[in-house]
Write a protein of this length. Structure first.
Length: 412
């Protein structure tokens, strides 16, 4: 690794990365724009609440989440200004771009290289600096996106400790990491702690920034997603609308961050069975994501899956199966087979086959969803408990009642 970094340092134009399993395309790091350079610094992460929410419940994660499952915005903002683009900043810039493109293997390698550079730079002083903190925040976001929640929590806490020590507790960079930690806790169903951190982060931002700053809008979006999960629909709708108004005004109507909030509003209305409104907002989000991200991006196929669920709720099953299976295929390809987003897709397919009275097929998908959630979220997460219930119910429909007696919610 040390040798490869030395070689990279000699190549100040394009940088090429190779590994035994994949080859990274050339990165023209010396031509990065200032906007992309600023993205090297850790920023706000947006929660998407619609992406993997299951048809029988309120899935905060979508990944969906995000939990929404959750997905990061394309605009991360900057935490600081740096006079020159160091090798550390170039790795971070490229890592953030890879993460935005859902190229998580590439992002992981780039962030690890960035961390090596950051630690190397501060090694002589014997203490960790803000570059280390920013890189740890980026690594934590990647770990959360890929379902490694315990690792993400450790990385966020390490980043936060450095920032608070060097900058104090009321700094904007501290606020951003607090907000990102809140996203993580919401995914883990630790709602009181998530709300506390969201509000703490928002208070710092409102004190420091203009009310129309995109970072403030991100906090509204994320807090609204939490309220949606908790069934506080009126509060969620008000915050989403504030966020949408700001984002459309500042970023334009066809921005990816606007699509995040449009999709979340679709999910909010879906949870309330307000299908016409949900359909309208999902379609607006889909149009943006197809244009900005492409038709096969994880977020785009997730919105298609959400529209398929609306069709299913209306009793129209045309093209539902294909949309749900495409979401599953894309998410398995990007995240692997054990990820909360994959469990959401499996649950949606189970619901589809149950409604089609294909109980054996439904049992297959419900069981897989339950096992993935047990492995990734733990036995007592609300989504895991919902999966156990769905699987138990389908076993009863199949006449296999005895198998439900010893299931419980704990793994076995």
């Amino acid at each position: 690794m040390r040798l490869s970094i030395q070689l990279l340092c000699q190549l100040m134009e394009p940088i090429r990365f190779k590994s035994a399993r994949f080859f990274f395309a050339t990165l023209a790091v010396c031509t990065l724009t200032n906007g992309l350079f600023q993205a090297a610094y850790s920023g706000d992460f947006d929660a998407r609440s619609y992406k993997g929410s299951e048809s029988k419940g309120r899935g905060y994660k979508g990944l969906g989440d995000k939990g929404e499952d959750f997905r990061g915005s394309s605009k991360y903002g900057s935490e600081a200004d740096e006079p020159e683009q160091t090798l550390w900043s170039k790795y971070n810039v490229a890592g953030r771009k890879a993460m935005s493109d859902a190229d998580y293997k590439r992002a992981s390698m780039l962030f690890q290289l960035a961390l090596i550079e950051a630690k190397k730079a501060c090694k002589e002083e014997g203490k960790e600096d803000l570059n280390v903190a920013a890189t740890l925040n980026n690594i934590a976001e990647l770990q959360r996106l890929t379902g490694k929640y315990a690792d993400a929590e450790k990385s966020y806490k390490h980043s936060l400790a450095i920032k608070e020590k060097l900058l104090g507790s009321d700094n904007m960079t501290v606020a951003k990491t607090l907000g990102n930690m809140a996203v993580l806790y919401a995914l883990q169903a630790n709602y009181p702690e998530a709300e506390r951190l969201y509000k703490k982060s928002l208070a710092i931002k409102e004190k420091t920034l203009d009310k129309n700053d995109p970072s403030v809008a991100s906090s509204y979006n994320n807090l609204a997603a939490l309220y949606d999960r908790e069934g506080r629909f009126a509060e969620a709708e008000a915050l989403y609308m504030r966020c949408l108004k700001t984002r459309e005004k500042v970023l334009g109507e066809n921005n990816e961050d606007v699509a995040v909030t449009l999709g979340n509003l679709g999910n909010l209305y879906y949870h309330q069975k307000r299908y016409d409104e949900a359909d309208k907002y999902f379609k607006r989000a889909l149009a943006i994501d197809q244009k900005v991200l492409g038709r096969d991006h994880p977020s785009t196929v997730a919105i298609n899956a959400s529209l398929a669920k609306i069709s299913m709720a209306r009793g129209n099953f045309d093209q539902v199966e294909s949309a749900l299976k495409k979401a599953l295929s894309v998410h398995q390809s990007v995240f692997g087979f054990e990820h909360p987003s994959v469990a959401d897709d499996l649950t949606n397919l189970g619901s589809y086959y149950e409604q089609k009275k294909s109980f054996a097929e439904a049992e297959h998908y419900y069981k897989r969803a339950m096992n993935v959630r047990r492995a990734t979220l733990g036995p007592y997460h609300p989504d895991t408990i919902a999966s156990v219930k769905s699987y138990s119910d389908i076993l009863k429909l199949l006449g296999r009642t005895k198998e439900t007696a010893t299931m419980g919610s704990a793994p076995h």
